[in-house]
Design a protein. Sequence first.
Length: 682
Amino acid sequence: MAQPATRYPSQELAGINFGQAKLALEQRFLEERNQAATKAQDGDAVAAKKQKISSLAAEQPTALLNTGYRIPLLGLGTFKADEKTTNEAVAAALKAGYRHIDCASHYLNEPAIGNGLHAALKAKYAKRENLFITSKLWNTDHAAEDVRPALEATLHDLRTPYLDLYLIHWPVTEPQKKGDRIDPGIRETWTAMEKLVDAGLVKNIGVSNFSIKKLEEVLSFCRIRPAVNQVEVHPIWRNDELIAYCGSQGIHVSAYCPLGTPWTSAKAVIRRADPASQHPVINDIAKKYKKHVLHIIMRWGLQHGTSILAKSSNPGRIKSNLEEVLNFQLAKEDYDRISAIDFQLRLVDGIRFLRPEGPYRTMKDLWDEDTTDACRLRFINSMYKFPSTPSVQLSSGHHMPILGVSTWLKHNVQETVEHALRSGFRHVDVSSQRGNEAEIGQALAEIYSDWLVNRPDTWITGKVWPEGEACPTPAHVRSQVSATLASLKVDYLDLCLLPAHSDMNALKAAWETMEALVDEGKLRSIGLQDASVEQLTEVMGTARIFPAVNSVEVHPGNRNDELLAFCKCQGVHVMASSWPATAYMLHRKEVPALLRAPLVANIARSLGKRPAQVLIRWALQHGTSVSPKAGSHEHVQGILDVLNWELTEDDYRALARLPREVMSSDVANVSHPAGVLFAAEA
């Protein structure tokens, strides 16, 4: 540094001690030099910091897309981030060296992301041409005329003239408002996406949550191939087959939820699933490398062949994710150990998109494979110790659990139904005559909102009750089914039973209405209640859809062998109702006759069970399904326990030889369609 010139005006020289002046000048010189050096160092530090950011950004690995563009392999996810944290996280990420930001209109935070991008670009943390910004088209915008307006709204919110990548968020079309068309196929949507590329509004287009089958459909007609498929990938959902297929087609896989953190998933999984970061194999490897376990998982994701979109709103963590993941590699044996983790569970399973009317009624319909549902059910059953309830395939093709729970209750209906479903019951028998369908509907809504059980996993049986003694009219059938669906808050019944009646013409007219409701998707299976052989024969003589079920009285005191044999021959399943046939069922107070029978009591004693459990087990082994009433949590567990043991052949036959008791249906105005369990024993 050149020594600054020091002037001594002549009028200031008089009387000056030049020795002291020299020392003062030297001190001044040193101070000025130090200040200049400090400024230089500060400038060098700023330059070095900028160089480090530039270096980190430049050193990020990228993947070459089939369009010729490159996608940075480490991106910032923005799902479920609020406005304030999103703004700050985006700015911090770009300052730290990130160049890939993943967005979606459905996250409802793109304006905040746009503000963060604008602030970062203004601060010169990066240039727009060096960024890779992704967004997604939501399900309500799949119609061709809605695609470009949806993109333009995103561009406005993100404050950018173009996107580097635009994805179809889900292969699911939903209406913007009730009554809107929901039928645009993927071809219509994809063709509109291609036009966005032609217009220069997006550089690359792709999909998200697409299965192999759905990708094959797009590839069969597309003019511009998907560049990316963004799907869930982490050590406990490796998605190996899909990744391999995408690789064979030149489609890059971008991994969301790359840390395997269950907060993005169903509530049941949130409470009980261990995140990937707690797996002992991954923790063991983290200790070996002296790395944070999350950085091991992220490194695995990169080596698994995907780009990863890790979410964080903490500036320090954002920075460390970039620095600590890119400065090492997993040895092959460690990568292989993580890739061999047996436990697999899709955390974002799309269950909310399943609809009885389609196009996706089941997990298999949505994902085109059985693994998602199998892993989910296996996990939930293992965590909650649900029993495996046998089912019977009806003539309708649907599988009905053979053990259900009756809701013929006066008190605590909602609590009882919720507890039954949480305990493992998957069949709920309801009746509008009891006047408690709204409470049952609330119980179902609570269970479904927890995602512990979803609608396709539950079987709901309903009934059409006559007005007085006349056979239900077609209008009454339709009205009562609609009312039941509204009260239960469901879109369909798995089974609906129509009471048999001696007026065969009226019964056939009512049956035709039941068939029409099947066609409309409001009923899946239909059956009769208390139908005789003659009535079944008459109905089936003109029916377009045969009865799948006949609900009749069956128990050791009234085996109904002839009717059961006829139904079996005709492919009609028999549901045992009004059992046991007891004085209790006839509204008397004494203990039910079958429960008091010495043979029943002796068998129960020898098995360490209760008499009611013995009778339920007999009904199941007799080939019928059963829906007993459970008035308490103890009753629920007692009913489910019958799935864990069987009657010996001798005991089953001995019970079948019990003398015929009074049939509950022989007495007029008996309104109890299902048996009691323990209430009469109390």
